[in-house]
Design a protein around this ligand. Sequence first.
Ligand code: PLP
Length: 497
Amino acid sequence: MSLLDTRAAEHLCFNEPLIFEISGGGRQGFALPAIDVPERPLAEMVPGGRLRETLEGFPEVSEVQVMRHYTRLSTWNYNIEAGMYPLGSCTMKYNPRVNEQMARLKGFATAHPLQEEEVSQGCLEVIDELQKALLVITGLQAVTLHPVAGAHGELTAILMICAYHQSNGSARKVMLVPDSAHGTNPASAAYAGYEVVTLRSNERGCVDLQELDRLMTDMVAGVMLTIPNTLGIFEENIREVSRLVHDRGGLIYMDGANMNALVGLVRPGEMGVDALHLNLHKTFSTPHGGGGPGGGAVAVSKTLQPFLPVPVLERSAEADGRLAWREDMPQSIGRIRAFQGNFGVIVRALSYILSCGAPGMREIAEAAIVHANYLRKRLEGTFHLPFAAPHMHEVVLSDRNQASCGVNNIDIAKRLIDFGFHPPTVSFPLIVPGALMIEPTESENREELDQFVQAMLEIDAECRQKPEVLKSAPHRTRRSRFDEATAARKPELRWAP
Ligand SMILES: *Cc1c(COP(=O)(O)O)cnc(C)c1O
């Protein structure tokens, strides 16, 4: 029997209009008792000019209508609680609920960054604890939790590398970035003012040492390595790469967003890494996507420690051991944010690390690697595998075997939706034409992985038998194919009366 009938059968899904279209009849969602104190005009209480005279089109709906409207809308969303979300590079793992409970504790959830340090010691302890845990995990010297996204962490680290070279009176202008790096890497380097030079990968998907030797001049400030890279492959020459780069005065930046493949197994500090960012919201579990709050912690070696952004957390040597923010760091790159990092993400990350414990950290990496390789083994005969080097936490396949039926990676991804799966990442990394980048993460069980394999195999069979079904997929969603370029470039995000 097809998985189409067992896993993702049709279910009740309301044809929900916009809330503005439900609106009417002067309904409202609350009822207050009659006022029994003298009424003051609003204009007296709200400073001049701030009060809106009218509010055109404000929805008039009852509590029941509001509740049902948003509950129905929520059923249109695919989510990690509903099924596997194999979006390569994004690490869409299940987020344990205990993290949410911790982040919602009143003392954490209602803390304010301008609160006196005296009354914020608990929150500061959380930050300190997480910093210590990340130093153990990364094997580096110091860490900042201020950056609020992976790309923000990259920029922070690159600015530190830049400050380091400037402090040595050197004006290195180039950043080397492999063609298998994450797209944010060249963007961050360019944003920090560097000229980005692409480092070609070899046939094993790793840094080509001869190419590095040729490009690594005294104008190169550093090399940005995504490890494992976006092919899901560990940089096997990392020791040689870091030796060569350091010998010629450069620094190694590691994009550690894929750290769920390494936690408990490998400490980047021992590979010669000078700076790395971690995606707290990927590796250490926070619901993410859609631009929600993140955490881009940056860990650095001794060389870069003086350049950390301010404020830096320090424990007093006095008996009370109080924690305090320190601003007087003469070589610091300065503030990278008005306040500190996203505190809720920090609480979740610490909760996740403590609840897994050290053996659990290692199991994360082991399971992430086993799951990706299980999928690779079961799919590699059917789908083309462009790089055969051992994979870590994700595997990149391509649509080459299906292309002769006129089907491409987008069609395959769209058809997966009909089978009840979120599509994998497509057309990335750019060095693989027709890429399907699959990251199952450590969260999945064997049954879910088997169903994903079955869906992929059924889709492959469809390519030969009825490719038109794939070309017009998905068929079971409320809308099918969007004009994605227009949706991204000219989004209409606001309803107007
Ligand atoms: C997700 C990711 C990033 C960027 O992180 P954001 O939080 O989205 O800015 C950078 N590098 C890699 C390898 C990633 O997977």
